[in-house]
Design a protein around this ligand. Structure first.
Ligand code: AMP
Length: 609
């Protein structure tokens, strides 16, 4: 039995999980430092790449070459994402077909970026098991169309992974809670993360999951809660200290971090202190859960309308929902839980970590596929109808939405011109009548048809949707029994050759990756040391003699020079030398600080500097 792991490839964070053979329970795999979430962020540095927390540290420093929220661009064309571009500091190119991101002189596609995240999770799993991992289940939002699913599969291939199943995220969440065992029932999955909100209504019947409806808001989440707190703090500070901090990016970052931390604490505590040291003064106050709820109440309420709309689309009332599952970090906020409880009239499932539910469910699906759970059939349905554009731009649906997958359908075509050897076809996905209002998935050509009078050839086109919701097309000319050659050109996908090239290229990164990372880390450390020493020299000038000041100044110059080179060994040596040169000064400053602290009796007196 070959091992299969489950991956939640998220907009903000990604995780990998497996089912423990001994306990039968799904578990998330941590990295060497015990981190379970991998930030879905990739930073390109020269020839190398950084991923996860290391890439996140580059967000401020290298905004143009640090890519986040790539999931929003997967399988999309430029027209699809034009409205989103203002959220991204990196450059998205107005190219035809699949979107591309410009990093320096290089262009990368969303599947390549996601592949870097997947590769990191693959390595994490391999380190855990001590064996190669090649097969994975990857989750996607229920509303992902064929191009977006294909792009996710391509990302897997580029990362050297066989994506054996693409699984809907809400289905995964239901699996994590064992809801596949329901004989029959309706499940609402409420997923509120950092930047997105999704509500899905699923029907489970004898191991078949059907997505009845989805709704949501692609720009609503915990980040908006943080922004609401920051706006309030800005007003408070303006009122109390007469200072407007909004033009100062560093102060804004401090505020944002403090706001998020306070929000998180208020999920468990009724009140919490909020202390933020700025250069000119320290802001300090207490914030209560009631304050927070006043600030975010409207945002939380705005998730309820999409819930009602999804219920209406599914033709259901809140009372028809049998189980409610919470997903996403922001569902830890007590007000969110209360509102969801009130809407559906039942206590939502929240025993599992809401950041991990989807990955845990992916692991359960992986375990089922690997044969670890027999006697269980688990199926999904296709979320959107698939059809072919016919005369006059009308869509002829071959596979209607909500068909249980895998499935297939066939339709006969013929030629309209005598001696025609090539027939053009256009595959679309969606629920609209006209092809132009649906999503274009692919165009393909049946070539090599034997020349015959118009209307004579009988060409059978077969659509096959595999268990991942991904379409394959075959065509045969039935009179001669000859299979016509088909070339499917995915409208927003990568061509076969592209994927192979990317697979090859991805291996060439590997060594450069490590080198680039080490160099960046060395530089980051040097920068931190330089900033500290400069500040120490300003503050501690009076503490050391002229000679010592000169030694420190010389070490600082040497470090700045080393920092400008590509030689990480040199940077490291210069950093060590700098640390040695300032040991004495650091001791003196620590003593002075201790004395000052002891001298001040009341902490709040030193708050206002
Ligand atoms: P996700 O995208 O699911 O990882 O969710 C991330 C969001 O959840 C961020 O906005 C976090 O600030 C928020 N979050 C994480 N933990 C908590 C918590 N304990 N209370 C409130 N919000 C949280």
């Amino acid at each position: 039995m070959s091992r299969i792991v489950g991956i939640d490839l998220g907009t903000t964070n990604s995780l990998v999980a497996y089912v423990d053979d001994k306990t039968g329970q799904p578990r998330v795999i941590s990295d060497r430092d015990g981190q379970r979430l991998l930030p879905s962020i990739v930073s390109f540095a020269g020839e190398g790449v950084l991923v996860g927390a290391a890439a996140r540290r580059q967000l401020v420093r290298r905004p143009q070459s640090t890519v986040y929220s790539i999931k929003r661009l997967m399988g999309r064309g430029y027209e699809d994402v034009k409205g989103e571009l203002r959220y991204f500091p990196f450059k998205v190119l107005p190219s035809e077909g699949i979107v591309k991101i410009q990093i320096g002189s290089r262009e990368v596609t969303p599947p390549e970026v996601s592949a870097i995240v997947l590769r990191s999770l693959k390595e994490r799993a391999e380190a855990h098991f001590g064996e190669p991992i090649e097969k994975v289940v990857v989750t996607v939002p229920a509303y992902f169309d064929d191009s977006q699913r294909q792009a996710t599969k391509d990302a897997g291939r580029i990362a050297g992974l066989d994506v054996v199943r693409i699984l809907n995220e809400p289905t995964a969440a239901a699996l994590a809670y064992g809801l596949q065992r329901l004989h029959e029932g309706v499940v609402a999955v409420y997923d509120l993360g950092g930047g997105t909100f999704d509500i899905s209504i699923l029907r489970v019947k004898d191991g078949v999951f059907e997505v009845l409806a989805t709704n949501g808001n692609t720009h609503l989440g915990g980040d908006d809660f943080d922004r609401a707190i920051v706006r309030w703090l800005l007003d408070e500070i303006r009122g109390g200290h007469g200072a407007d901090l909004s033009p100062d990016p560093e102060a804004m970052q401090e505020l944002r971090l403090a706001a998020e931390a306070a929000k998180v604490r208020l999920s468990t505590d009724e009140r919490t202190p909020l202390t933020i040291p700025f250069d000119a003064f320290t802001y300090s106050r207490e914030i209560t859960r009631g304050d927070l709820e006043g600030l975010i109440g409207q945002l939380v309420d705005s998730t309820l309308l999409p819930c009602r709309m999804a219920l209406a689309d599914a033709g259901l009332a809140p009372a028809d929902i049998d189980e409610v599952v919470l997903v996403g970090g922001s569902t830890r906020v007590p007000l969110v839980r209360r509102r969801v409880h009130e809407l559906f009239g039942k206590t939502p499932h929240s025993q599992l970590n809401p950041d991990e539910v989807v990955a845990l469910g992916a692991a359960v699906q992986a375990h089922i596929l690997a044969g670890g759970i027999t006697n269980m059939l688990l199926l999904d349905v296709t979320p959107l109808s698939l059809g072919i554009e016919t005369l006059g731009g009308i869509v002829s649906v071959l596979i209607p939405r909500n068909t249980t997958i895998p499935t297939n359908a066939r339709e006969m075509f013929t030629t309209s011109v005598d001696g025609q050897r090539v027939v053009d076809m256009h595959v679309v996905q969606g629920e609209r009548e006209l092809a132009k209002d649906c999503r274009s998935l692919a165009r393909f050509e049946l070539s090599g048809v034997d020349p015959m009078p118009a209307g004579m050839p009988k060409i059978e086109v077969v659509f096959l949707i595999d268990a991942n919701g991904i379409l394959q097309v075959t065509a045969t000319e039935l009179r001669t029994g000859k299979a016509a050659a088909i070339e499917v050109r995915p409208t927003y996908g990568l061509a076969e050759g592209d994927v192979d090239r990317m697979v090859e290229e991805s291996f060439t990164y590997a060594e450069a990756d490590v080198e680039a990372r080490l160099l960046i880390e060395a530089r980051n450390e040097a920068d931190t040391v330089i900033t500290h020493v400069e500040r120490a020299l300003r503050q501690g000038e009076a503490l050391v003699g002229a000679e010592e000041q000169q030694t420190i100044g010389a070490a600082l110059d040497a470090l700045r020079r080393a920092r400008a080179t590509e030689d990480r060994e040199l940077i490291r040596e210069a950093t060590t030398a700098m640390n040695r040169a300032t040991e004495h000064l650091a001791e003196l400053m620590m003593d002075a600080a201790l004395k000052a602290a002891l001298a001040s009796r009341r902490a709040d007196q030193v708050l206002e500097k």
